[in-house]
Design a protein around this ligand. Structure first.
Ligand SMILES: NC(=O)c1ccc[n+]([C@@H]2O[C@H](COP(=O)([O-])OP(=O)(O)OC[C@H]3O[C@@H](n4cnc5c(N)ncnc54)[C@H](OP(=O)(O)O)[C@@H]3O)[C@@H](O)[C@H]2O)c1
Length: 339
């Protein structure tokens, strides 16, 4: 790409700061503007991140002709509104995960994106990383035979700070939406790869979980089954340290991924292990020159440069399938949000 993709940021919170930092390592993109609900916050963020342009409202950033792509880094209940408005303004979109609160909101976003012919991707950064791409190749090549079980775990202990969005129901808090979207995405990715497809949707889905004083899910486990007798197990927790890893079991071996979501987060080496009967454990390794979100930005730029409306990691249909599972999961444990 001769000219860099010009990014505009919506929101000035935690992930916005991390993304802005990593974007400085991107080969294809640069931050040109940031928008906040408060001009002062936008100016402070802009000053820390290359003195880019500061907008005192999200609408003002949509009207900025210099911005090619908008990165939506607000809490999830606000994603649908701003993604639809960004699409209507003709901007490409990278929207943080989960794309929305439910399937109905997701469909509204996808309609706006398709109608306005803009690129949109849900921000599953791990899907854009070379580690995940190598893992998918291993599955497709049949290194562990036929895949039969995929276990995906993402759980940590977070103290209840009612004002923090993670456990605050009005800000979309709870583990299923915040963390559960990763294991569901991973299991569907690997079940799909095992069948030579970009993703797969389960034909059966069950879940149990616990909601406590926070009013949102604090730890929960989902079980699902796919074509080919593939079983998926997704285990998450936002008030319980359950570890962070994925294991894939096949008829001829297994793969253990110790850092599935943040491989080589700050550049450098990544690695996962291949175990096959009668053989020593083999490490599959690589090294990258860019941080996690820089990979994501470059991955997206490559798709936009080719004029593609959606990326294979994840595509619009993949994102919709993910949200269907999250709706099933919430329903199964009786978790309902207003609106
Ligand atoms: N991919 C990843 O690794 C990753 C990691 C963490 C979070 N996330 C996702 O990113 C999103 C943001 O998470 P975060 O941890 O960055 O949240 P955060 O620190 O609370 O920041 C959210 C930002 O959204 C803006 N905002 C707009 N409307 C808001 C409202 N009604 N209430 C509160 N803030 C509002 C605020 O910016 P202004 O006040 O400046 O407008 C705020 O700074 C979530 O959807 C989350 O799932 C992704």
């Amino acid at each position: 790409m001769s000219e860099k993709l010009k990014w505009g940021m919506l929101g000035t919170g935690q992930i916005a700061g991390e993304f802005a930092h990593d974007l400085t390592e991107s080969h294809t993109g640069e931050l040109v503007a940031v928008a906040s609900r408060s001009l002062k916050k936008a100016e402070d963020f802009a000053q820390k991140n290359g003195n880019v342009k500061a907008h005192g409202s999200y609408e003002s950033l949509f009207a900025d002709p210099e911005v090619d792509i908008v990165y939506i880094a607000t809490p999830h209940p606000m994603h649908a509104e701003w993604a639809v408005k960004a699409a209507e303004a003709g901007k490409h979109i990278l929207c943080e995960k989960p794309l929305a609160m439910n399937v109905a909101e997701t469909q509204r976003i996808l309609t706006a994106v398709r109608t306005n012919k803009v690129f949109m991707m849900e921000a599953f950064m791990y899907r854009c990383h070379p580690q995940t791409q190598k893992l998918v190749d291993c599955i497709r090549e049949g290194l562990i035979g036929e895949v039969k079980t995929i276990r995906s775990v993402f759980g940590f202990r977070f103290d209840w700070l009612p004002e923090h969005r993670l456990l605050n129901k009005s800000l979309g808090g709870g583990g299923i939406l915040d963390l559960g979207c990763y294991p569901i995405s991973f299991i569907r990715l690997i079940a799909g790869a095992a069948q030579g497809k970009g993703f797969a949707d389960p034909h059966t889905f069950h879940a149990v979980g616990h909601m406590g004083e926070t009013g949102v899910d604090e730890y929960t486990t989902a079980l699902m089954q796919f074509e080919g007798d593939i079983v998926g197990e997704a285990a998450i927790g936002v008030r319980l340290d359950r570890g962070v890893y994925c294991d894939i079991y096949g008829t001829e071996g297994s793969i253990h991924i110790p850092t599935p979501w943040h491989p080589a987060k700050h550049k450098g080496k990544w690695e996962f292990q291949l175990n096959r009967p009668g053989k020593a454990t083999e490490s599959i390794r690589g090294e990258t020159d860019r941080s996690l979100f820089a990979h994501e930005a470059d991955f997206i730029a490559a798709h936009i440069a080719r004029g593609e409306a959606s990326s294979p990691g994840p595509s619009l249909d993949d994102t919709l399938g993910n949200m269907r599972c999250l709706d099933l999961w919430k329903d199964a444990i009786g978790l309902h949000y207003k609106g």
